[in-house]
Design a protein around this ligand. Structure first.
Ligand SMILES: O=C(CO)[C@@H](O)[C@H](O)COP(=O)(O)O
Ligand SMILES: [Co+2]
Length: 227
């Protein structure tokens, strides 16, 4: 069996939208394409919708990780499943019926995750942890790329990894916001195994190399909890 490696999910929020095809090609070695769907209500910003997800599906074979930052995702999750999302994550702060959404995602053959904002405690996961494939922990308040990593996230990552361990749950923990070469090893050592990186990847002169570098720098951190 090959050793586990950190999965890297570049966020196209920081891509060059006028050259999105070129940027998707540059990250063809990534593990996921992270697509930040924002509705201007749940977040102060308005970004991508279903058509962007469809366009990414046509342009790339990398699995699509759709991060829904929308009010009432219950109403719109099916659009993203139809558009080709491979992983869909919804905020617990926004979902009316999170278990129902997770079931809908699974019924469509996709993977399901729930997201916590920095201000939402890990215990909010108590009744849904067993039902999801991934927990996404925001390490910035959602809305924009290029923000600074909130340090308290490190403790929350460890808490969620412990919760999963105690329950014997095989869980992906993804961390989103302000992750870069400077902190990726610490983030992973705390218990994460998927990292989102927007500005770190697309702000670099060589996005393909940056994906590989983040994976390389983060992977040693897996040993801390993934024995
Ligand atoms: O969901 C979000 C922001 O709300 C993120 O996915 C950002 O796009 C991450 O950008 P960086 O902090 O890595 O620049
Ligand atoms: Co995101």
């Amino acid at each position: 069996m090959s050793a586990p490696v950190v999965r890297v999910a570049p966020s196209i929020l920081s891509a060059d939208l006028l050259n999105l095809g070129r940027d998707l090609e540059a990250i063809s070695g990534a593990d996921f394409i992270h697509i930040d769907v924002m509705d201007g209500h749940f977040t102060p910003n308005l970004t991508f919708g279903v058509d962007t997800v469809k366009a990414c599906k046509r342009a790339s074979t990398v699995p699509l990780d759709v991060h829904m930052m929308v009010t009432n995702p219950d109403e719109s999750v099916s659009w993203y499943l139809d558009a080709g999302a491979d992983m869909v994550t919804v905020h617990l702060e926004a979902a009316r019926h999170p278990h129902r959404i997770v079931s809908e995602i699974h019924a469509a053959g996709a993977q399901a995750g729930v997201v916590l904002n920095p201000g939402t405690p890990a215990c909010a996961l108590d009744s849904i942890l067993e039902d999801v494939d991934m927990v996404l922990l925001m390490s910035v308040d959602p809305g924009f790329g290029g923000q600074s990593f909130i340090e308290g996230t490190i403790r929350k990552i460890s808490q969620v990894r412990s919760m999963a361990r105690e329950r014997g749950k095989d869980l992906l923990i993804e961390v989103d916001g302000g992750v870069s070469a400077a902190n990726v090893e610490r983030v992973v050592a705390a218990g994460a195994d998927v990292i989102v990186a927007g500005s770190a990847v697309f702000g670099s002169a060589d996005p393909a190399r940056e994906v590989a570098r983040l994976r390389e720098l983060g992977t040693p951190g897996l040993a801390a909890w993934n024995a």
